[in-house]
Design a protein around this ligand. Sequence first.
Ligand code: SF4
Ligand code: SF4
Length: 129
Amino acid sequence: MKLKLNYSRENIGKPILSDIILRTGIPINILEAKIEPNTGEMLIDVPTEGERLKEFSSLLQRAGVTVKEITRTIEIDRGKCITCGACVSPCPVKALAQDENWDIIFYEEKCIGCGICVYTCPVNAIRML
Ligand code: SF4
Ligand code: SF4
C-alpha cells in the first residue's frame, strides 16, 4: 500500500519513520520525498496490509504525521491512445514515459493517483480506476 505522509515543521528532523520501522519490523520503500524548511512530504510503499498496515499508519499518526492512503490508479486504453505524449511531462512523479516507439509506459508503482494525466489526454484514453 502506498501512503502519502505530511510532516509538520515540528516533526521534520525527527527519526519518526525509522523508529516505526524498527518497532514494527516492516521495511518500506521511499518513492518520493520533498523536505522544505516548514513542511515535508513523502510517498512511501509499505509492503503489508490489514492489521499490520493499520498499526504502521496509526503509529505515524500518533507521532503527528498526517497519513493518506493512495488507492487510486489509472488505466490507459491502448486502442484509443495516439501516443502524443501529452500525459508524460505533467505527471508529477514520472509514472508515465514513452519508449523508443513512442508507446506509453506506465510505472504503476510510482503513480500517486493524482488524476492530472486524465485531464491532459486529448482523446480520453486514460481513466481513473
Ligand atoms: S494519475 Fe497522476 S501520478 Fe498517476 S500517472 Fe497520472 S499524472 Fe502520474
Ligand atoms: S495523452 Fe493520451 S493519447 Fe497522448 S500519449 Fe498519453 S494516453 Fe496516449
